[in-house]
Write a protein that binds this ligand. Structure first.
Ligand code: PXL
Length: 276
């Protein structure tokens, strides 16, 4: 039977992030993807000003109730950007009531970047996010999010011991496996740190010197698709990293007009190929 994923995050109508990247990427992996929008925004909140924000918290449980009546269940959940404390707790309830046996929980604790919380988030929200992280099978933080979630001070000058400590503290919240993005231990390279059963592994790849909005969402979506296709965590980490890197490389030349996101569409054939 084909696997079915539910992604719970906002729809940023324009800007290539959250649901508008999860749906095509998970689908390209050959996996059915349903969406539960936490909010609808005219654009994402990075560098756009004056965006609209329609909170959909009150719709989430009625949507869930309808699915329960219809007998609709999911083999995995992939959660991203959520808009409020109440929403985070509702998402926990939805996962508890609409999952098939053993449904995988992939949580991207979208909170912060470069050591700073995104617009609209505060420490109460961080606390709620910790509760959600505790339920993750796979947690996908960047280093800023890991620092907020664990209380370990954020730093850009880190070593393996610091990353291992962050991961250990994240697992103490209840998370089974941590996949931390944007971790490099030498100049010109970045990579993914994977922490499972007390062991830290690292997948290194070259660094493209361009910061792009939405790369975390692209990465998390590809990981979700790969895991649902039966890949191991390390296989999924590599395929998703190579795909994201290719998507960024394909954006560099047009970065002036394409500053708001990554042209991941141009890299989808690579992803499909790696899953053959
Ligand atoms: O890419 C994460 C993300 C998702 N959704 C919205 C955002 C952001 C990051 O800024 O603003 C609305």
């Amino acid at each position: 039977m084909n696997k079915r994923v539910l992604t719970i995050q906002d729809i940023s109508c324009f800007g290539q992030c959250s649901s508008t990247v999860a749906l095509p990427i998970v689908s390209a992996c050959g996996i059915e993807c349903a969406v539960l929008p936490s909010a609808v925004l005219s654009t994402h909140t990075g560098r756009f000003k004056g965006y609209t924000f329609r909170d959909l918290t009150d719709d989430l449980l009625p949507i869930r109730d309808h699915w329960v009546k219809e007998g609709i269940k999911f083999d995995a959940f992939y959660t991203g950007y959520l808009g409020s404390v109440r929403q985070v707790d509702i998402v926990r309830e939805i996962m508890a009531t609409t999952g098939n046996e053993g449904a995988l929980r992939i949580i991207d604790p979208v909170l912060a970047d470069a050591g700073k919380l995104y617009a609209g988030f505060d420490l109460n929200f961080v606390e709620a996010m910790k509760r959600l992280c505790g339920e993750a099978d796979v947690l996908l933080p960047n280093i800023s999010e890991a620092s907020y979630l664990t209380g370990l001070p954020y730093t850009e000058e880190y070593d393996r011991a610091y990353i291992a400590e962050l991961c250990k503290r994240l697992c103490a919240l209840g998370t089974k496996c941590v996949v931390m993005t944007g971790i490099g231990f030498r100049d010109g390279y970045t990579g993914i740190a994977v922490y499972e059963n007390g062991e830290l592994k690292h997948y290194e790849h070259k660094k493209v010197s361009m910061w792009c909005h939405g790369t975390g969402d692209i990465y998390a979506s590809a990981i979700t698709g790969c895991l649902m296709r039966g890949k191991t965590i390390m296989e999924a980490v590599k395929i998703a990293a190579d795909f994201t890197l290719k998507a960024i490389e394909n954006t560099v030349d047009v970065a002036d007009e394409h500053w708001y996101g990554v042209r991941f569409e141009t890299a989808l054939p690579t992803l499909v190929e790696s899953l053959k």
